[in-house]
Every structure is written in structure tokens, then in C-alpha cells.
Design a protein around this ligand. Structure first.
Ligand SMILES: [Zn+2]
Length: 364
């Protein structure tokens, strides 16, 4: 089974808490079973969110807008007021952020700049779910056209869906020690996004690493993990780490190699912590000849990727990506975008890092 086809082509958009996400988790479990493994689900409760298409009019003209997940509802008018700028998460530059101010001078909604991609994308704001104000995303080029005092009509909202469940999918390749190295990727996608690159490509990468290691004599255990609910603030990986903390199992995790968006993109990104892990990852990339063919971006394993909670808890962790790419979080993120060379290279790097972490784990 190729999980890019099965998830992006077969299941399609699969936001956390949706029926499609249930099918996606089952699909990943079936692919792990094909490797001769016995997958299990790590379940957790979730308040889901089903976004409505935002409606944005600026000075009487329709503008494209992307929904902000978990935004509270708003339908009304106001004027634009720039509230500041935040640093772009990738590359140079600043992202302007705006409030919509009502007739009484109160801020009634937010218009934020899409941090990646070319269009107005579905995304999360910096706020935690339960406090997210009425918010929509505009594209970078549209945000440059927004001026203080412009008249705006905005309608945003969606349904909060209590009582949903989500599932991380876990399959183990037992080793001689129960100390484990994780190979991980998130399988959920954004609203209206088939998520072929983000992140069916990463889940397929995990499957391939598992395929390469299956049947081998392993010094430590390898766990293949497909995380749920990454697109809503890394919720599945957070659940995994929080559970490990509660159960006193955190020190059994010898390392994490996470894959996110590995089959398209301008640069090879290696995000790793601590520094010794980053050094090892860059050397591995060099050894495979990847630095001759890709521009390299490096950083810590924290930020908007599932390695975040592990690195935050002191577990050696790395996320491999090819990034950025234009179709990120858009309906155009389909299976035809996959570049097998990029995918192969990311999988080879992941495999090498898993093997080195199995043989000589970098300490915390
Ligand atoms: Zn992703």
C-alpha cells in the first residue's frame, strides 16, 4: 500500500475529529499490518471543530479567506486596524496582523496573514483553542493591501464538536531492549486539504522506514507512530508525551525521528535538538550527499512540528522536511505533487538517523 495514494487520494481531507480521520487511522493501521506488524491505537478525547468557509468583504469587494480552526463565531462589520507584526516562521520577513474594530471601538475579530503558501490557507492562530477569537487568514499579498480604516464585512465560524475521539496509530518492531526509538509522522490534514505532501508523504515515509527495518535484529525497539490531530496545535503528539510523563515512561524514549512534508519543497529542513542531535543529522545528510543537492535549513526540533513536545521534554528529536512549497494547506496539495527523489532522500536520512540512534543514542 502506498499511503500517499491511500490517504490523500482515497480518504481525502481528514481533519481531527472527523469521520474521515477515523478512516485515515484505519488505513494507516492496515498498512502497518501489511508489514507484518500488529498496530494498536492510542485513543484520546477531543473537542472537534468543523469550520465554515469564511466570507470576507473589504471595501465592498470579495476577498479569499482561510478559516482559523476553533475560531469563535462572528458575522458583522468593522474597520481594519493593524495591531502589529509577528516574525514569519520560515525565512525572513514579518507578518502583519490586523483587528476588525466595531462601531463601539472594541476589537471584534482578527485578520491574520497566512504564514506559508501562496493563498489564504486554513490555519491556527497563536491562541489556544478555547480562547481563539473570530479569525480569518488572508494571503500574504492581500495582507499588503490591507490599510487602517478600510471597511470590512466578515463572517466566520464553525461548530465545536464535543465527544469526539482521536487515535494515534502505533506499531512496534521489538528490539532487545524496551528502550525505544520513534519514527513518526502526522496523518491528519487541514480543512479542504487532501494533504498529500502534508502529511501523507511523511506517513508513507514512516511506512518505508518500517519496511526497511522489519525482521531485523534490533538493539532497541522501534515504534512507528502516526500522530493524530497535528494540525490543531500538535495535539496527538502532545497526548503521547503527556501520557509518557504520567506513566513514568519518558526516559524509555531514546529518540524521535519525525517526518513532515517530505516529497516537495524548496529546501531540506533539519530541525533537531539537542545540538548534538542536529550535528549528527547534518553529518548524516552530508554523508548521503544530500547537501550537494539541497539547500539546507536547520533549527531546533521545537516549533510547529510533532517533535516539539519531545524536544521540550528533553528527548533527542529531529524533524525532517522539504519546505516550503506553494500548495501547502491548499486543496491543490494532491498526490501528483509527489517527487519520489525528495521522498527517497528523506527516507534514507530518516533510516540512517534511526539506525544511529539505535546503536549509539545521543543522551539528553
Ligand atoms: Zn504537517
Amino acid at each position: 500500500m502506498n499511503l500517499v495514494e491511500a490517504l490523500a487520494g482515497g480518504v481525502g481531507p481528514r481533519t481531527a475529529g472527523s469521520d474521515a480521520a477515523v478512516r485515515a487511522a484505519d488505513t494507516v493501521a492496515a498498512a502497518f499490518r501489511e508489514l507484518g506488524l500488529e498496530p494498536r491505537f492510542q485513543e484520546f478525547d477531543l473537542v472537534g471543530y468543523e469550520a465554515d468557509e469564511p466570507e470576507l468583504e473589504v471595501e465592498g469587494e470579495h476577498w479569499p479567506a482561510g478559516p482559523c480552526m476553533y475560531a469563535h463565531a462572528f458575522d458583522g462589520e468593522g474597520t481594519v486596524k493593524k495591531i502589529g507584526e509577528s516574525k514569519a516562521p520560515v525565512g525572513e520577513g514579518m507578518l502583519p496582523n490586523f483587528a476588525v474594530v466595531g462601531a463601539d471601538g472594541r476589537e471584534v475579530a482578527r485578520l491574520l496573514t497566512s504564514p506559508f503558501s501562496t493563498g489564504a490557507i486554513p490555519f491556527m492562530s497563536a491562541h489556544v483553542h478555547i480562547t481563539t477569537p473570530p479569525t480569518a487568514f488572508v494571503s500574504r499579498s492581500d495582507s499588503e493591501r490591507l490599510q487602517d480604516g478600510m471597511r470590512v464585512h466578515l463572517k466566520v465560524g464553525g461548530r465545536f464538536l464535543p465527544g469526539r475521539r482521536e487515535r494515534n496509530v502505533i506499531a512496534e518492531l521489538p528490539g532487545r531492549s524496551d528502550e525505544r526509538v520513534l519514527v513518526s509522522a502526522h496523518y491528519d490534514s487541514v480543512w479542504h486539504g487532501p494533504g498529500a505532501i502534508d502529511n501523507a508523504s511523511g506517513v508513507e515515509g514512516v511506512r518505508r522506514v518500517g519496511e526497511a527495518l522489519a525482521g531485523r535484529d534490533l538493539t532497541r525497539t522501534v515504534q512507528l507512530v502516526a500522530f493524530a490531530a497535528e494540525e490543531i496545535k500538535l495535539t496527538g503528539s502532545r497526548w503521547y508525551v503527556d501520557e509518557a510523563k504520567l506513566r513514568g515512561e519518558l526516559d524509555r524514549i531514546a529518540g524521535v525521528v519525525n517526518l513532515d512534508c517530505i516529497a516537495r519543497g524548496d529546501k531540506l529542513n533539519v530541525l533537531a535538538s539537542p545540538d548534538a542531535m542536529l550535528g549528527r543529522a547534518v553529518e548524516a545528510a552530508r554523508g548521503l550527499g544530500l547537501l550537494d543537492r539541497y539547500e539546507l535549513d536547520t533549527g531546533p526540533a521545537t516549533g510547529g512540528v510533532d517533535s516539539h513536545w519531545f524536544a521540550d521534554a528533553g528527548v533527542p528529536a529531529v524533524t525532517i522536511l522539504h519546505f516550503p512549497y506553494d500548495e501547502y494547506h491548499l486543496p491543490a496539495d494532491g498526490p501528483a505533487l509527489v517527487d519520489e527523489t525528495l521522498m527517497d532522500d528523506a527516507v534514507r536520512l530518516a533510516l540512517e538517523l534511526v539506525e544511529s540512534q539505535l546503536a549509539h543514542p545521543i543522551g539528553r
